[in-house]
Design a protein around this ligand. Structure first.
Ligand code: PGA
Length: 263
């Protein structure tokens, strides 16, 4: 795992957006796996800026979102489709037909989850998967004890996740307890994974993900199996890592070798 100790969430967003925009230059039909929540907003702002200043076009990309609450319509302000329209899709030139979400309404959900996977594979698989991480170590809505080989399916949310997300719901609003989510196996199929984590409340999940044993109890730890995953952390999220100096040294060495054009 590559650990990037960044000076702030803004710095991390600069680096992640730069990586996406660089890959977009060589592959205009990039397939992006996208995340919601507070963590990726800075990256989306930078992608919107790149489009609005004429630096990038997203007309040929396809996107697959990680997850969606069951039975929240796209018009509901807490639905992840609404979030994505607001923070990214409405402000760039992606065609509506190129936007993909796991099925979250209607019948035959599992069959349609398999279709979602087939659509992804039909487009050549996900090039870059953006991730956040839950304070309980979940990635997507793969809650603790999710199968490490799981595919897109329906999951029951844990009390911890419901509590973390309760802030988005008014007291008289019903918070969904079920979601459709890409599986851990689905996420691990992405060619490149870029995970951002900010703030003290993520520190334990980050420690377990990077330095803990691989365990379904911390779904993030499955990323140790992936060959191209980078974690972009602010100092609080990195605060419980025991090998911070080593990660910094590794980063310096990589930058130096790149400067010398030796990688
Ligand atoms: P957050 O959520 O970005 O709002 O912290 C991350 C997650 O739960 O995966």
């Amino acid at each position: 795992m590559r650990i990037r100790l960044t000076s702030s969430a803004d710095h991390a967003a600069d680096l992640v957006a730069h990586e996406i925009l660089t890959q977009l230059q060589t592959k205009p039909n990039l397939v992006l796996g996208l995340a919601t929540g507070s963590t990726p907003i800075g990256v989306y702002k930078r992608l919107v800026d790149a489009y609005q200043t004429g630096v990038a076009s997203f007309a040929k990309i396809h996107t697959f979102n990680l997850d969606e609450y069951l039975d929240l319509p796209a018009t509901h302000p807490q639905s992840y489709r609404f979030f994505m329209q607001h923070y990214l899709f409405d402000a760039i030139d992606i065609p509506a037909a190129h936007i993909h979400f796991p099925p979250s309404e209607g019948k035959h959900l599992l069959r349609r989850c398999q279709r979602y996977e087939m659509d992804m594979q039909g487009l050549g698989g996900i090039d870059i998967q953006l991730l956040g991480i839950g304070s309980n170590g979940h990635i997507g809505f793969n809650e603790p004890t999710s199968s490490l080989r799981s595919r897109t399916r329906i999951k029951t949310l844990t009390p911890k996740t419901l509590q973390d997300n309760a802030r988005f719901y008014a007291s008289d609003e019903t918070q969904p307890t079920l979601a459709a989510t890409m599986g851990i196996g689905t996420i691990l199929d992405a060619r490149t994974i870029l995970l951002q984590a900010f703030g003290q409340k993520k520190a334990e999940a980050v420690r377990a993900t990077v330095e803990g044993p691989i365990s379904s109890y911390c779904p993030g730890s499955a990323l140790q199996f992936h060959e191209d995953v980078t974690l972009f952390l602010d100092s609080e999220a990195a605060s419980l890592l025991s090998m911070r100096d080593y990660y910094q040294q590794t980063q310096m060495h990589e930058e130096q070798l790149r400067r010398e054009d030796r990688l």
